[in-house]
Structure formats: C-alpha cells, structure tokens
Design a protein around this ligand. Structure first.
Ligand code: GRF
Length: 203
C-alpha cells in the first residue's frame, strides 16, 4: 500500500512508521512525506530513509482550500493510497477530508473521545485521570473524531508533569501507529459506517 505522511514537526511518529515499513508484514511503503513547515525535523528523517519529501508552506496560499488542493495534487501524483497524519498541525478542509474518506488516519495523544484538540496532557493531569494514552483513528470532519483503530493506554504517575506524561504517551504512540498501519494496510481493519472492523467483526 502506498502511503503519504503529513507532518509539521519532529517526526518521531514518522520514524516509527518508516521503521515499521521495513518489515514486509506491514505491507506498506511510504512514497511521500509532506510538511507545511520547512524546518520540520521529520524531513531529515525521511530523507535519511530515502523517501521523497516536499514542503508546502501554508502561508503561501490565500486560503485553506488552496493549500489543501496542493496537498491533494501532490499525494495523487505520488500514487498515495493512504494518508497518515503524524503531528500535522493544520486543520484540513471538509473537501479534502471527504476526498480521502476512509483513506486517511491520524494519531492523537489521548484516549479519544476524551481530550480532543490541543494541550491534552495538561488537561488530563488537571482532571486527575489515572490512565492516559493515544488513539489512531480514521479522520472525519470534526477534529479528532472518527472510527477508532488502535488505542494504547499508559498509567499517569502522581508526580507527572505535562512533559513527563507526553513522553510516556509518545512511546505508546510509537507502538500504536505502526500497529494501526499494519492492520489497515493488510486489510485486517476496515470501516463499517462509523466503526472500524477487525477481521470482519466489530471490535
Ligand atoms: C504526537 O504527540 C502526536 O500524537 C501529536 O503531535 C505529536 C507529534 O510528534 N498529534 P512527532 O512529530 O510525531 O514526534
């Protein structure tokens, strides 16, 4: 399966996906990494792995639709079949999301549907939750919603700071995203309406 990864920053999840794709069992090949930031650390990781990269600076476009049209054009030109959002910090238009319906997945650093949006770690600590984690899900119009593919939970420690909790969740992300990619790329996970299905059964 040909995969395109969209990033904005350091790209540690991209790195986990790159490593996963070295295993034939993942059944996926990253053919393009797109970043809206020229200084994203993930671009070097992709280049190191011999993956084609491109920067599409959102500030060069008059509106979101123009930016998304260029994203779409480049993904299609590369033959991308599945889009993985990995720390991509732009809101996507409804049109782009519809065009990639059930062909675009995202990782979010919370156990959705809790803590959609930003500052998930600080908000979880403020609420005193004892379990946190990450979610890989299909992308829908509403931010951080969509059929859930994989979740990994981690404990919250009494002395956690947002940074220490984020670091623990990040290690979980690096397990969750490769697993989710493999499940999707091998066809073991599919979508039935608004629920992901594993091996033909609700999960
Ligand atoms: C991750 O925590 C991801 O869940 C969130 O942004 C962060 C990106 O980290 N959406 P990286 O760029 O993959 O290292």
């Amino acid at each position: 399966l040909k995969v395109g990864v969209l990033i904005s920053g350091r790209g540690s999840n991209l790195q986990a996906l790159i490593e996963a794709c070295r295993d034939p069992a993942t059944n996926a090949k990253i053919v393009l990494v797109l970043s809206n930031k020229a200084n994203a650390g993930g671009l070097a990781r992709a280049a190191e792995a011999g993956i084609r990269t491109a920067v599409i600076d959102h500030k060069a476009y008059a509106d979101r639709a123009g930016f998304d049209a260029e994203l779409d054009r480049q993904l299609r030109a590369a033959g991308v079949e599945l889009v993985c959002l990995a720390g991509f910090m732009r809101i996507l238009t409804d049109g782009f999301i519809a065009a990639w319906h059930n062909r675009m997945i995202n990782i979010h650093p919370s156990l959705l549907p809790a803590y959609r949006g930003l500052d998930t770690h600080a908000r979880a600590l403020a609420d005193g939750v004892k379990l946190a984690g990450c979610t890989v899900h299909y992308v829908r119009r509403e931010l951080d919603t969509g059929p859930i593919i994989v979740q990994v939970a981690v404990p919250v420690a009494a002395d956690d700071t947002p940074d220490s909790l984020a670091a623990r969740i990040l290690t979980a992300e690096h397990r969750a995203y490769p697993l989710a990619l493999r499940l999707v790329a091998t066809g073991r996970v599919t979508v039935d309406g608004e629920r992901a299905i594993l091996d033909g059964q609700a999960m």
